[in-house]
Design a protein around this ligand. Structure first.
Ligand code: FES
Ligand code: FES
Length: 159
């Protein structure tokens, strides 16, 4: 494992020494131009900046780049299929009307992917609990829970 490298969405980057002290969020947005990951609160509260690091959901605003070197990061730009089609979780968010302004959506989608990897058949209550650290100012959350239920069915069908 090379400690000066970071793999993002399958592509490996050499991290400059000058960037080592950045947050993962700032590195993704400002150095790699991956602006799908959002900066909501910047303090680890809202979940908008959620990405997967070695498959685990992490808040990139409070994750130091130096702490994830050598690991694999998945951002919203990397979740689509190889054919460019939407990931089942993205498709379900669209179909369920779980997106309004969309600011929280990238973090929600990554959070939902992580949740469904851990628990492929969650109850509505488990979805609510699993997503309760993601804030949305628009939707009232019902459609987000609906979307994750739909995505669970679809992902289980694909297995
Ligand atoms: S921007 Fe990271 S948790 Fe809000
Ligand atoms: S859709 Fe607007 S913040 Fe969630």
């Amino acid at each position: 494992m090379d400690k000066r490298k970071l793999t993002v969405n399958g592509r490996t980057y050499e991290v400059a020494q000058a960037d080592i002290d950045l947050s993962l969020l700032d590195y993704l947005r400002e150095r790699l131009d991956l602006t799908g990951t959002k900066n909501g609160c910047g303090t680890g509260v809202c979940g908008a900046c959620t990405v997967l690091v070695d498959g685990k959901a992490k808040r990139s605003c409070i994750t130091k780049l130096s702490s994830v070197l050598g690991q694999e990061v998945l951002t919203i730009e990397g979740v689509a299929g190889e054919d460019g089609g939407l990931h089942p979780v993205q498709r379900a968010f669209v179909d369920a009307g779980a997106i309004q302004c969309g600011f929280c959506t990238p973090g929600m989608v990554l959070g939902a992917i992580s949740l469904l990897q851990k628990n492929p058949k969650p109850s509505r209550e488990e979805i609510r609990k699993g997503m309760n650290a993601h804030l949305c100012r628009c939707t009232g959350y019902q459609q987000i829970v609906d979307a994750i239920e739909i995505a669970a069915v679809e992902l289980n069908r694909e297995k």
